[in-house]
Design a protein around this ligand. Structure first.
Ligand SMILES: Nc1ncnc2c1ncn2[C@@H]1O[C@H](COP(=O)(O)OP(=O)(O)OP(=O)(O)O)[C@@H](O)[C@H]1O
Ligand SMILES: [Mg+2]
Length: 238
């Protein structure tokens, strides 16, 4: 579904990603783990075009290159990006934040379509349903992350790019978030998941890539990487 071919990306004279190749098949959850400054967020932003990085190489969705597309066109092709750090609108209500997510969607849509989509987001995150008229900035960290993911789902994406959705959340909330990701995937959305918590990322994904210093260091089935000595000592603290 999505393929990166020898993707290079950087800022000014600095190259951050060095010929990264990676793919996400339809229906998969693929995780991308790696140390701080490896370039994980840069890679997601290069795909969605949300950010300042220059890119070379090729990014292909369904056999069509995305390299000359702008952010709104990429969103229109069904790729939604939940940025690192949530970026919700704190003074707007939960419902308003969610509704905003629907606007960049491709094709025509009616109020009824948007309402039905909001219902599906609420079914996934019932806590949001109880807080629709609350200012989003007054929610807990976990609830704000649910708003960020829910807002992305309002686009009805085929592919969801998630940048550290469990960062800073309590263990119980992390479990809820990951259960929601599995359910989103079960409903047919492919996921490329960047996680600081490698243990969780490998538990929830079928395949994984390890990015280090802007290069793919290792890749394979997640169940296999969990057993890998280097991954265990460098990323799982075992
Ligand atoms: N807008 C920018 N301008 C210049 N350099 C940047 C910019 N954004 C990121 N970088 C640099 O690119 C490198 C990769 O950053 P990136 O945020 O992609 O890493 P990361 O793997 O997501 O790290 P983390 O785990 O801390 O989120 C870093 O050295 C960072 O300083
Ligand atoms: Mg990052």
């Amino acid at each position: 579904m999505l393929e990166l071919h020898a993707l290079r990306a950087g800022y000014g004279a600095v190259e951050v990603l060095h010929e990264v190749s990676l793919r996400v098949d339809a229906g998969e959850i693929v995780s991308l783990i790696g140390p701080n400054t490896a370039g994980k967020s840069t890679l997601l932003r290069a795909i969605s075009r949300l950010g300042a990085a220059w890119t070379r190489g090729d990014i292909v969705l369904d056999d069509r290159s995305l390299m000359s597309s702008q952010a709104h066109e990429i969103a229109g092709r069904g790729i939604a990006h939940v940025l690192e750090g949530r970026h919700i609108f704190p003074r707007m209500t939960v419902a308003e934040n969610l509704r905003l997510g629907a606007w960049s969607r491709r094709g025509t849509q009616t109020d009824a379509d948007r309402a039905a989509r909001m219902d599906r987001v609420i079914a996934l995150f019932p806590r949001l349903g109880e807080r629709l008229s609350q200012a989003a900035g007054t929610l807990s960290g976990g609830e704000q992350q649910m708003v960020a993911v829910g807002r992305a789902l309002m686009l009805e994406p085929r592919l969801l790019l998630l940048d550290e959705p469990s960062h800073g959340l309590a263990p119980k909330v992390v479990d809820e978030m990951h259960a929601a990701l599995l359910e989103i995937n079960r409903q047919g959305v492919s996921i490329l998941l960047v996680e600081q918590n490698a243990q969780l990322a490998l538990a929830v994904s079928s395949r994984a890539y390890v990015l280090s210093g802007g290069r793919i260091e290792l890749e394979g089935p997640s169940a296999q990487l969990v057993q890998d000595d280097h991954v265990r000592s460098a990323y799982l603290g075992i």
